[in-house]
Design a protein around this ligand. Sequence first.
Ligand code: TGC
Ligand code: FAD
Length: 390
Amino acid sequence: MMPASFAPLDYLSVDSSLTDVERDIRDAVRVFVRDRILPYVGEWFEQARLPVEIVRELGKLGILGMHLDGYGCAGTSATAYGLACLELEAGDSGIRSLVSVQGSLAMFAIHRWGSEEQKLEWLPRMAAGEAVGCFGLTEPDSGSDPGAMRTSARRDGPDWILRGRKMWITNGSIAEVAVVWARTDEGVRGFLVPKGTNGFRAQDIRKKLSLRASITSELILDDVRLPASAMLPGATSLRGPLACLNEARYGIVWGAAGAARACLEAALDYSTTRVQFGKPIASFQIQQQKLAAMALEVNRATVLAVHLGRLKDAGRLRPEQVSMGKLGNVNAALDVARAARQMLGANGISLEYPVIRHLANLESVVTYEGTADVHTLVIGGALTGIDAFR
Ligand code: TGC
Ligand code: FAD
């Protein structure tokens, strides 16, 4: 039987493959983005700020760490979490980033590698949006190669002393707790550094022209003394932080599809109403070709995200598959955003429309959580068995 109606933004009827619960969660996040993000985000982006109250609202919505079990987290499926990421990033990549860093990096690190005391202390407050977390892996001299990190932790009696710098850290200056990765005599270990600890400060990075509705900071650790209980007991090597990255990259697979959908929607709206040479520009073949190519990318990205979501829910998703999703969907979103920007003519560079904001944001998304080159080499390594990083 033919479906009752045809939805241009869901060309392949991906909706029909979702469960009722998944659709309900998706719809709730979509409404939140429509009411609480879209009317304001252009201004936040222009002013390079993020109202911190939004974190509590996201907590109330139940999406902070929603895919984790217990400790105040909702315990939803990975697919439902992905749908939330898609809707958030259709609003703005910065909002999805906030949620990714909170749930998939900071909370996930504590949930996966933390002690029972650490989980009880932080996770319920983080799920409620009462405490923000950040995740410090990148440093001024080590980005793609986190194994070269210099930040160190040494034992001093029962305590640890941390020294070093972390760079480009999302949520850094608003975080109540920073998950900081450091080299020790026993390998790379993770530490929970509460805001206000002596010797620890966060300084915002200014002059960003991308992800402006998101806080990005440098973390400075000058001989920060921490008790033994601050160390995450379960993470004993670089595998600790890298396992967290899979989670956040998975969210980006979905989020990128959302940014792309928002750009397609803007291009469809604009091209069917903008009249040149006596006709809506959508009536010219060259513009229809662009719209068709954009719709193809948006739908392909969404189908890929749903497929990876189902694999993750079945416990079968592999890191190299996440790499393919992140690489493919972010590149697709960039292509869609660039085409949409041109279709909007001069309005394509104005923050009155969402497209240039998405395009600028995606330049961060293609770099963080593993650059396009890094994911290309992960895929190449999986195909050939040859490591081309060194
Ligand atoms: P390599 O020798 O390959 O691995 C070291 C150990 O880690 C294990 N491993 C992984 N485990 C789980 N998931 C993964 N994806 C893993 N990748 C590697 C590996 O099995 C090994 O374990 P073990 O037990 O044998 O020791 O490490 P390498 O130094 O050669 O590096 C590999 C490479 C380049 C892929 C990795 O370093 C990498 O992914 N680099 C990119 C760094 C990156 O993505 N940083 C992101 C920082 S966080 C961020 O950007 C947040 S943005 C905000 C937002 O998300 O919105
Ligand atoms: P580099 O690693 O110096 O790379 C420079 C160029 O060299 C890139 O094109 C790269 O692809 C290429 N390259 C590097 N190695 C190779 C190789 N082996 N082969 C071929 N090409 C190579 N980090 C965190 O830890 N936490 C956060 O919350 C966080 N948030 C971020 C928010 C924003 C807005 C941004 C922009 C970044 C954020 N990052 C965060 C940092 C991000 O993860 C890094 O920027 C990223 O991993 C790349 O590192 P880099 O910038 O040092 O680039």
